[in-house]
Design a protein around this ligand. Structure first.
Ligand code: 5AD
Length: 358
């Protein structure tokens, strides 16, 4: 980059920080001019914005992978229905409760119930589990991450006490959506679900992979503009990682640097957002968790899924910490966070809007 270019980019980033807006052209410019110095600069500015809003605190959410049965056939995902190599499992209500107790002993105040779209996990079952969790842990937050459901189902879970819902939009471009999903899946429905979740009152999470097959810079620009407009309370961004039994087995993994750049841009657009430093980042890079946090992420999601099921929830290859005990993984994560001068919060870490007038 020429000196003039560097000065322009820095001005653009400073402007983004102070005004929280960025044109389509400027986002494109940032993404296409990505080099080491620019990345260091934007990560630093984004981290400063995160420190100003959240201090040195990182929020932890205990992830419970309820089921790897899935009725969908997303080309990128290792637990897609046509992957016959997966040994399928589904936790019982008692096992789920046991995971929550384990998480509580570790000091976690949020449980994330995530899974494939498993028709056998009926609304009644989920409601029942939710009520049991809320009864035993009335001060904990419960996040659902169970895919696309009807508005009635979303409403029912919200009424029963679910606080948050994660549903990555995956891509905000219809044509790209169709490259990632078979014809029986609907882009419109996915986007509509996110609007419904927000309207119902959930703290709602959107997000996407970086470097998924067919993804162009324009697609990422659309994702950023979509997120800016939707203004979700949570945003999950991680690199695409191939899984060997999927149609995308031979596709390259996404770029860590580009992922960190996008995390920083989103952070500067949404200073209040809760953004995980994802396991996918940590899978591709030894210092992935730290790098995500230093780029503006402020959430980590230690895995509470029982050891015997861990490896079966293989949405991509070499998923980090598949073979470690829950406590061991959590300790390691804590240490990594401490090593960069941060600490895990002992609060629920709910979303609070301080920057935007609704
Ligand atoms: N690589 C990275 N992330 C993936 N996900 C699914 N498959 C992969 C993969 N191969 C992400 C999707 C999904 C989330 C739970 O995991 O974005 O929403």
């Amino acid at each position: 980059m020429t000196q003039k270019c560097v000065v322009y980019m820095r001005k653009l980033i400073d402007n983004l920080k102070s005004k929280r807006c960025l044109s389509r052209e400027d986002i494109t410019l940032l993404l296409t001019s990505l080099d080491e110095d620019l990345l260091i600069y934007i990560n630093k500015v984004a981290r400063e914005a995160t420190d100003a809003r959240f201090g040195k605190t990182v929020y932890a959410r205990g992830l419970i992978e309820l089921t790897n049965y899935c009725r969908n056939n997303c080309y990128y995902c290792g637990i897609r229905r046509e992957n016959k190599q997966v040994e399928r499992y589904r936790l019982t209500a008692d096992e789920i409760l046991e995971c929550c107790r384990q998480g509580d002993r570790l000091g976690l105040k949020t449980f994330v119930l995530q899974g494939g779209e498993d028709p056998r996990l009926t609304d009644n079952f989920l409601e029942d589990v939710l009520l049991r969790i809320k009864k035993e842990f009335p001060n904990h937050a419960v996040t659902f991450s169970l895919g696309e459901k009807s508005r009635e189902s979303y409403q029912k879970f919200f009424a029963a006490g679910a606080d948050r819902y994660l549903l990555r939009h995956e891509t905000a471009t219809r044509e790209h959506y169709q490259q990632l999903h078979p014809e029986d899946m609907s882009f419109d429905n996915r986007i509509n679900c996110l609007h419904e979740l927000k309207a119902i009152g959930y703290q709602t999470g959107a997000g996407m992979m970086i470097g998924s097959p067919g993804q162009t810079v324009e697609n990422i620009v659309e994702d950023i503009l979509f997120i800016k407009k939707l203004r979700p309370q949570m945003v999950g961004i991680g690199p695409f990682i191939p899984q060997h039994d999927t149609p995308f087995a031979n596709e390259p993994a996404g770029s860590i640097d580009l992922t960190l750049m996008v995390i920083s841009i989103i952070r500067l657009l949404l200073p209040d957002a809760l953004m995980p430093s994802t396991t996918a980042l940590a899978t591709l890079n030894q210092h992935g968790y730290q790098r995500g946090i230093l780029a503006g992420a402020n959430v980590v999601m230690p895995n509470l899924t029982p050891q015997e099921y861990r490896a079966k929830y293989a949405i991509y290859d070499n998923k980090k910490a598949m073979f470690f005990a829950v406590e061991q993984e959590f300790e390691e994560l804590k240490q990594q966070i401490t090593s960069i001068g941060y600490h895990l919060s002992n609060s629920r870490g709910d979303y609070h809007n301080t920057f935007y007038h609704v």
